[in-house]
Design a binder for this molecule. Structure first.
Ligand SMILES: Nc1ncnc2c1ncn2[C@@H]1O[C@H](COP(=O)(O)OP(=O)(O)O)[C@@H](O)[C@H]1O
Ligand SMILES: [Mg+2]
Length: 319
């Protein structure tokens, strides 16, 4: 049995400004015990999908099952089995972190003893020593950790996570990612998370679904997804006036496409052996100076771009 089985899921929002097809026939399965990532840029439909899996909103058509239970007709069982945490969760500010979590624990019929034991355990894992301070005094990183604790409180079989690491500093984000790995390993928890960070999906997820404009374009392990684009090379050049250099690079032998970022130019070429010389020669001849040069295989970001025609929204220089 799959942890999640989504069949032909369609969602159309009826907005005063018009109809938005947020999901356009999405089907996929998430295996028990895996960390599964929905990767896509803003507006792809990730939150819509995750809200539907939690039963928060209904689908226009299609069907979602969680461990065999239909979300639309057996919502109570689904609620018991799933925990949710969202990057922008809010808590009652005049209550402590612990008091906020107790409130959620009662909703899951947990006893005071069970709740406190679990809170102490999770606070230690997540290094949230301020658990008995008022939630209103928490930084956004601490609030996000509290949100994760809320999601894990009742030992759910499935944890649903929407953009939890957005805005976290590097340390806190790493800590949170380690918790996903830990619950996967120690508690057998299945994790479905959404992200628009390529690196996060690549490092953390067993499998990734690439989603853009309501459609699922590919689904596989990060390694296999990257192989989809192995038939070309990438030349990455750091230089001033990248925009001006674009036209020159585009003309050179074997250049398939050129992307320009801030002080950075990325050329997709059929083979670096064939194109490196002409690309560099062409730029030097026109007096361009560069500070860095890298030849590499395509990364997930480029796979995403070539499959969906859309960028994840990050700047090239992040990677
Ligand atoms: N409540 C809503 N009403 C109308 N349109 C919506 C609503 N929620 C989301 N959308 C639209 O649906 C599309 C997908 O949004 P969303 O699921 O939030 O994407 P993501 O989480 O990947 O950024 C976007 O075009 C968004 O504007
Ligand atoms: Mg979203």
């Amino acid at each position: 049995m799959h942890a999640i089985k989504a069949r032909n899921v369609v969602k159309v929002y009826d907005d005063p400004s018009g109809r938005v097809k947020a999901l356009d026939g999405v089907s996929f399965e998430v295996d028990k015990g895996e960390i599964f990532g929905l990767l896509g840029p803003n507006g792809a439909g990730k939150s819509t999908l995750i809200n539907m899996i939690t039963g928060l909103i209904s689908s226009t058509s299609g069907n979602i099952k969680i461990f065999g239970k239909d979300v639309a007709t057996d919502w109570y069982s689904v609620k018991e089995m799933t925990g949710t945490c969202f990057g922008f969760a809010r808590f009652i500010y005049f209550m402590t972190g612990r008091e906020n979590l107790r409130f959620f624990g009662y909703l899951y019929d947990m006893s005071d003893h069970e709740i406190d034991k679990r809170i102490d355990e999770l606070a230690q894992t997540l290094r949230l020593s301020e658990i008995d301070s008022r939630a209103g005094t928490y930084s956004s990183g601490m609030t996000q950790k509290l949100s994760l604790m809320k999601g894990l409180l009742h030992n759910p079989k499935l944890l649903l996570v929407d953009e939890l690491t957005v805005g976290l500093d590097v340390d806190a984000a790493m800590n949170v990612r380690n918790v996903f790995r830990q619950v996967q390993r120690d508690e057998g928890t299945t994790v479905l998370l959404t992200t628009h960070y390529m690196q996060e999906a690549n490092d953390l997820c067993n499998r990734i679904a690439l989603i853009s404009k309501g459609k699922l374009y590919a689904l596989d392990t990060p390694k296999k997804l990257k192989r989809l684009a192995r038939d070309y090379d990438v030349i990455e050049i750091t230089l001033k006036q990248a925009k001006k250099a674009e036209a020159i690079v585009r003309r050179q032998k074997g250049v398939l496409d050129v992307f320009v970022g801030k002080d950075r130019l990325v050329a997709k070429v059929s083979s670096s052996e064939k194109s490196l010389q002409p690309v560099i020669g062409g730029l030097l001849k026109k007096g361009f100076m560069f500070t860095n040069l890298k030849v590499r295989k395509p990364m997930l970001e480029e796979v995403f771009l070539s499959l969906t025609g859309q960028s994840l929204g990050g700047e090239w220089h992040e990677f």
